[in-house]
Design a protein around this ligand. Structure first.
Ligand code: AMP
Length: 217
């Protein structure tokens, strides 16, 4: 049975960066729910048409929609050998539904990684974040700028700030995170699988701590 892992933490905590690295290290599928929704919006699929207004406002997409999306995905073979979920669960109901989905498959979550980051750090990271429109690579104007201004190092695509990284939308996203996250943390703490990782440091430092916590070299 492969590793089933979820990443928790506020927007800007480094979930995306760290979960991609861990997924490669463990050779398991990496699922980024926010990215799936942005892709659905880009292609104007029915899911995208519904999701768009929520993302624009910085609100959570309805549980029923994301649970269906994740359920479909996890039933596909690439995820059956384990997965890393980035950005799911974001509500207690999603956490409970995920457990049911896994039970149906004889699977179980091994780790719920909680990247703990101060609010100041989160604001600093989000407002200066740049994302590649072509390959979704993430940069930061101050801490990890691209070699050439406005251009992705990896694929040469154009870099822009995310629509929902505008200060008013960020404030809304953080308020929702603060309201929804505690019950999820309590839920996994009770199950004995919550792993707290200090996410305030430089990306390499956080990765080192993360690998120690999940027991990989
Ligand atoms: P992210 O890229 O993880 O910051 O997610 C971007 C946006 O996608 C969020 O602000 C929500 O609108 C939506 N979203 C992502 N994951 C979820 C989820 N598990 N439940 C509801 N909405 C989500």
């Amino acid at each position: 049975m492969g590793a089933h892992i979820v990443f928790l933490g506020p927007p800007g905590s480094g979930k995306g960066t760290q979960s991609v690295l861990l997924g490669k290290k463990l050779k398991v599928a990496h699922v980024n729910v926010g990215e799936m929704l942005r892709e659905a919006i880009r292609t104007k699929s029915p899911v995208g048409v519904t999701a768009r207004e929520y993302l624009d406002r910085g609100e959570l997409v309805p549980d029923s929609l994301v649970i269906r999306l994740v359920g479909d995905l996890l039933s596909h073979p690439p995820a059956s050998n384990g997965f890393i979920l980035d950005g799911f669960p974001r509500t207690l109901l999603q956490a409970e539904e995920l457990e049911k989905l896994l039970e149906g498959d004889g699977g179980k979550l091994r780790h719920a990684i909680y990247l703990r980051v101060s609010k100041e750090k989160v604001l600093d990271r989000l407002t200066l974040r740049l994302v590649c429109g072509a390959c979704s690579a993430v940069y930061h104007q101050k801490y990890s700028p691209p070699r050439e201004k406005g251009k992705c190092d990896a694929c040469g695509g154009g870099l822009t700030g995310r629509n929902d990284d505008r200060p008013d939308v960020v404030a809304r996203r953080l308020a929702i995170y603060e309201k929804e996250s505690q019950p999820i943390l309590d839920y996994y703490r009770k199950k004995g699988i919550l792993r707290e990782v200090d996410g305030n440091g430089r990306p390499e430092e956080v990765t080192r701590t993360l690998y120690e916590v999940v027991g990989v070299k």
